[in-house]
Design a protein around this ligand. Structure first.
Ligand SMILES: [Fe+2]
Length: 613
């Protein structure tokens, strides 16, 4: 049975295909159309899903959407009626959503198919149930507490649930305008981070702050019984778009969240791209602290209703890896399963799996053990892409590839590592990654100056062999999808100085061999050479969606000052490109490569310097 899941006309539009209950392929539209956080219809993602399983749309029996504009309708109407000016917007939005719901037309248009001939059944699932479904049905558990929180979805910001067998029983909802996601976004905007998705940056900024404003920010959120309430005097009233607007071209734009009272209390808002003042860092510190307090309060309440060890969690706020890393100490939950695509792209998986298990009552057999659900490319395609770009490369056997790349990392070079299937979700997990030495003091600055051009305060992440986690981190709960931040042990902070954040933490990815054997073996090779079972891992991109295709990886490699590209079995060394030209000019015949090499390269193995190339 084939089920297509969709997140559409919402930030991070995506599609996923589920075959007999197993997620076979899933991708956000932004990776294909290169439009970050694209919020239109995921036409390319739908095509990619069908291609991945060799199916036609006529083979798809069910299409499930992680959005239901009828959900919580009474609450929406009630809110609109409190201010007549909102009613017109409300009606307009309803009409637009009705038009969007013509799935047959949309899919027919995307696939050049006759809508009248599409026979699938349609399912619309409330946003936060889809979030919880995306985690629970991918988890190994047959019962768990379910939790979802974000800015907003179907007029809800937070949901608590009891998950058991095939069912997700909703226990409680927090309705808009009360939203922890909105609180975080409001402070982000006030301190000059105004783009959709900037919350992660502010989470990285927070440890630079002091607790100057904690008492002030605490007052912005009151804890109530099992929920919380915002002090709405500090917020602009929500418009019809629930704080977020999707433009006709799919661009996602945030509405201004903060009111004049914020300015009266905290002074002038910071203009984007201006210098960050201590005030801004202190506000980041305070909002992160209050966010965590409310988060733990909600989880403790949930645990009273569902007193289990296991927590299945998703929603955009579940990407707050700092909060996730502390919940084991602050709540009774002992294990988490957080969907790798915890944000809204994950709704496609949640809606599809919910249809399979809860609607169609099909048994649960599959667990999502890794995040490698995207496209992969053949060696011949990669080689053709390298040739088209005019790059000389060597094709290496597996062990030589690992040794070569590990040597490059040891030498302090920055390597683009493009292997296998692309990751599902916002994190690069060793298949579309840039990797580097975690223990070189200037590596963070090198990466920022030469490739990433990110804010100075944002940390880089460590990938660690799972079996060594306890030696380096103060918590041993696994973090396979890079969604937990833990303290680094004091005696290891020097050897991880490039990934050790200002508060001595790291947002780690634990790598088990059965989840990604090649990446595990790369880290192992580095470990054998240095004694450090960790490499620095940052996403393979430069202010763009993470690269998906070989061409995008090659373009990023050429455009930035990355030293080495390891793409499939091929290795390209940028510094050697110059040498290559001169050597090739001096020979008339192809020369055998070094041991392990099967290409016609004339290069000899060497360790390039760390100089710019
Ligand atoms: Fe969401």
């Amino acid at each position: 049975m084939l089920i297509l899941g969709l997140n559409m006309f919402h930030a991070d539009a995506s599609a996923a295909i589920v075959l007999d209950g197993e997620v076979k392929f899933a991708i956000a539209e932004e990776r294909l159309n290169r439009h970050k956080h694209f919020g239109g219809f995921p036409a390319l993602a739908v095509k990619a899903c069908l291609d991945a399983v060799g199916a036609k749309i006529s083979d798809v029996e069910h299409v499930a959407v992680g959005q239901d504009s009828d959900a919580n309708l009474a609450r929406k109407v009630q809110y609109a009626l409190t201010n007549p000016a909102r009613i017109l917007n409300f009606i307009r939005l309803r009409r637009r959503k009705e038009a969007m719901r013509d799935l047959r037309f949309l899919i027919g248009q995307a696939l050049d198919a006759d809508p009248a001939k599409l026979r699938f059944q349609e399912h619309h699932l409330e946003h936060h149930i889809a979030h919880i479904a995306s985690s629970y049905y991918c988890s190994p558990w047959d019962k768990a507490a379910g939790f979802s929180y974000d800015g907003s979805g179907d007029f809800v910001s937070t949901m608590m649930a009891r998950c058991e067998g095939n069912n997700i029983e909703v226990l409680d909802r927090v309705f808009l305008p009360h939203s922890l996601g909105s609180l975080y976004t409001m402070i982000c905007e006030f301190i000059g981070y105004t783009k959709y998705g900037d919350e992660g940056k502010v989470m990285g900024l927070a440890p630079y702050g002091k607790p100057t404003y904690c008492a002030d920010i605490e007052k912005l959120v009151a804890l109530t019984g099992s929920a919380f309430q915002l002090d709405l005097r500090y917020f602009k009233p929500l418009g019809s778009n629930q704080g977020m607007q999707v433009l006709a071209d799919g661009t996602v734009r945030l509405a201004r969240h903060f009111s004049g009272r914020m300015e009266e209390t905290f002074g002038t808002p910071r203009e984007p791209h201006t210098e960050i003042a201590q005030r801004d860092m202190d506000l980041a510190f305070a909002v992160q602290q209050r966010f965590e307090e409310v988060f733990f309060h909600l989880l403790n309440q949930l645990h009273q209703h569902v007193p289990l060890d296991d927590l299945a969690m998703a929603g955009g706020c579940a990407l707050n890896s700092v909060g996730n890393g502390k919940l084991f100490d602050r709540t009774p939950f002992r294990r988490t399963y957080i969907q790798p695509a915890a944000g809204d792209e994950g709704l496609a998986v949640g809606a599809a799996l919910h249809t399979y298990h809860a609607v169609l009552k099909q048994p649960r057999r599959h667990q999502l053990k890794n995040a490698y659900l995207g496209p992969e490319f053949s060696d011949s395609r990669i080689q053709a892409s390298l040739e088209a770009a005019g790059l000389e490369c060597r094709k290496l056997d597996r062990d030589t590839l690992l040794q070569t790349v590990a040597n490059q990392i040891v030498a302090g070079n920055v390597v683009g590592w493009f292997q296998g299937r692309m990751e599902w979700g916002p994190r690069a997990l060793g298949n579309r990654s840039i990797v580097a030495h975690p223990g070189l003091p200037d590596m963070k600055e090198i990466l920022n100056a030469r490739i990433k051009h990110r804010e100075w305060f944002r940390p880089f992440a460590p990938s660690i062999l799972a079996d060594h986690q306890h030696e380096y981190f103060e918590h041993d709960h696994p973090s396979p999808f890079m969604l937990h931040v833990y303290k680094i042990r004091p005696d290891k902070r020097n050897s991880l100085c490039a990934v050790n954040h200002v508060d001595d933490t790291g947002r780690l990815q634990t790598v088990a061999r059965d989840e990604n054997p090649l990446y595990y073996d790369l880290i192992s090779a580095f470990h054998r050479k240095t004694g450090i079972p960790v490499i620095l891992n940052t996403s393979f991109n430069e202010n763009e969606p993470i690269v998906c295709t070989p061409e995008e990886a090659i373009d990023c490699f050429q455009r930035t000052r990355m030293d080495v590209l390891a793409i499939g079995p091929f290795v390209v060394k940028k510094a050697e490109q110059k040498a290559e030209v001169s050597v090739r000019a001096a020979v008339s015949e192809p020369t055998p490569g070094p041991e392990g090499s099967t290409s016609v390269s004339v290069n000899q193995e060497r360790r390039p310097s760390n100089s710019d190339s």
